[in-house]
Design a protein around this ligand. Sequence first.
Ligand SMILES: [Zn+2]
Ligand SMILES: [Zn+2]
Length: 102
Amino acid sequence: MVILLIHSHHDIENSLKIYTYILICYLLGLYVMRLFGKKFECDQCAMKFSKDEELIDHARNVHHHHVTKCNDCGKEFIHEDDRLHHSRKEHEKKMERRRQKS
Ligand SMILES: [Zn+2]
Ligand SMILES: [Zn+2]
């Protein structure tokens, strides 16, 4: 038993190193994504924003774009498609959870 533990300890150490490496790569990836990734771009003047709220404010104030609101949580969207997607993704899941609970 002791021999087995010692033997596997070495393996654990090795796999810990690998997991740490994977974790660092993953976190670096997230960091890079936040810096350079997904910017919210205005359809009408190609201005870029880091937050969708900023883009929505811009669309409303600069272009007087009609903004739609989610009935469930009040989140605002420029495109009706986005709102529908959000509603499907965020709120139907919750409804499912409620159904599962009861
Ligand atoms: Zn614009
Ligand atoms: Zn919502």
